[in-house]
Design a binder for this molecule. Structure first.
Ligand code: AMP
Ligand code: GLY
Length: 415
């Protein structure tokens, strides 16, 4: 089979790595890919949806898989379908559950999905009037896609008013912030559950944990993800039963009632509080960096699972009992201004872990940094402690100027 994977992050490296293990996969193309995907297949430079449709037709692509949210929200899946190209991912309408926080919040409210209390605003004056009556902290969210920067936890009224002004009047996130959601602040721990959809049913992977803050012990700015661990060390069977009943089941009912059914991935971003699980957000795709820890634990062929979903068949997901720890190595300055073009050394010395490049490209004989999150190093072990020890032993072998990573990924109290 000839497969096209859209995206260029660590997630797409992991998807390509997993697919490549299936002997039916003859050729992988990545748009635009990175240093890992260049080894797994061919990186292509077509970018717009019409260009990708043309590429898929001319290269006789048998299946396309879409990683990032932007092309999904822009309707890439609908265009591929129109052209009779098999594609795995949410259509434009379903992708608005990620592309519009206003739409997804209304969906959650309408279908009784357990979520934080919130109101949607299109008018600045009304948002200000409302926020003046709230308790703090309060969470202000730009409705549209803002590259992970559209959520601010406001500690007091002054910060909340300034954030609403930044989003709605100064438009620091462009049109993404014209409409906002003001939400109750929830305290707890977060978990990510990513499920395959066959258009009728959802098939969840084991729960994972993402580390969003740049610094050790969850200090500093939010990032695209500094690491991940699977299964989540905190999410237990009781939490899962709560999630299934109060979030996953009503979500499926809502998807059916609204005609939003799709064959692709759905990601539940959860906050687990003393009152149980709340849904913070949907992402309509594989998570990054969660995919980098889930796929190495998955015992099924990813191609079989995707094909079964596309045919509307049930799938029986199997995960190993091992633990997976992913440490993300970043460019100096991330998530603010970064320098790129630094040579990455030592990845060939990594023996007992996987290296999935993300913001890294080949340049002649070398691999150089080309983004904020440069590479993902993933280690497996029988315990969290052994997976974590292996990950940190191996990542010591890798270096580039100003590169850094968190030191506490996968730290839990087990032996
Ligand atoms: P979202 O894109 O809505 O998932 O928000 C991004 C991040 O902001 C989440 O992963 C949480 O860390 C945080 N966050 C979002 N909503 C809330 C909330 N209601 N209470 C506390 N933290 C939140
Ligand atoms: N790890 C969160 C995301 O993929 O958006």
């Amino acid at each position: 089979m000839r497969i096209l994977i859209v995206g260029n992050g660590g997630r797409e490296s992991a998807i390509g790595w997993k697919l490549k293990q299936d002997p039916r996969v003859k050729k992988l193309y990545f748009a635009k890919g990175n240093a890992t995907t260049e080894e797994l297949g061919e990186n292509i430079y077509e970018e717009s949806i019409p260009e990708l449709v043309e590429f898929a037709k001319s290269e006789e692509i048998d299946l396309a898989i879409v990683g990032p949210e932007a092309p999904l929200v822009d309707g890439i899946v609908d265009e591929f379908r129109k052209n009779n190209i098999a594609v795995f991912g949410a259509g434009k309408k379903a992708a608005s559950l990620e592309g519009s926080k206003a739409f997804s919040k209304r969906f959650m409210q309408q279908y009784g999905i357990k979520t934080a209390k919130a109101e949607v605003f299109d008018a600045y004056a009304m948002a200000i009037e409302y926020v003046r009556q709230q308790q703090f902290p309060v969470v202000v969210k730009a409705s549209g896609l803002a590259g992970g920067k559209g959520v601010v936890i406001c500690e007091d009224l002054e910060e909340a008013e300034a954030t609403i002004h930044d989003f709605m009047i100064r438009r620091v996130h462009g049109v993404a912030g014209i409409q906002i959601v003001i939400e109750e602040y929830l305290q707890g721990f977060e978990a990510s559950i990513i499920a395959f959809s066959n258009g009728e049913q959802l098939f969840p992977c084991v729960p994972a944990k993402d580390y969003k803050k740049v610094g050790d012990n969850d200090r500093g700015l939010n990032t695209g993800g500094m690491g991940a661990v699977a299964p989540s060390p905190e999410f237990n069977g009781m939490h899962y039963a709560d999630f299934e009943r109060n979030i996953m089941k009503p979500t499926l009912e809502g998807l059916k009632a609204e005609g939003l059914n799709f064959k692709g991935m759905i990601f539940f971003g959860l906050m687990v509080t003393r009152d149980g699980c709340y849904l913070l957000e949907y992402n309509m795709r594989f998570g990054d960096p969660e995919t980098q820890v889930l796929l190495p634990l998955m015992e099924n062929s990813l191609l079989d699972v995707i094909e079964d979903c596309l045919e509307g068949k049930p799938v029986d997901l199997k995960f190993s009992d091992k633990k997976a720890v992913c440490v993300v190595m970043c460019s100096g300055g991330y998530p603010r201004n970064i320098e790129i073009g630094c040579e990455i050394r030592g990845t060939e010395k990594v023996e007992d872990a996987l290296v999935f490049f993300a913001g890294a490209q080949k340049s002649g004989k070398h691999i150089v940094t080309s983004g904020g999150r440069v590479l993902n190093l993933v280690a497996l072990g029988d315990t969290y402690a052994s997976a974590r020890a292996k990950a940190y032993d191996e990542i010591k072998k890798v270096s580039f100027d100003y590169g850094f990573y968190r030191h506490d990924i996968g730290k839990v109290n087990d032996k």
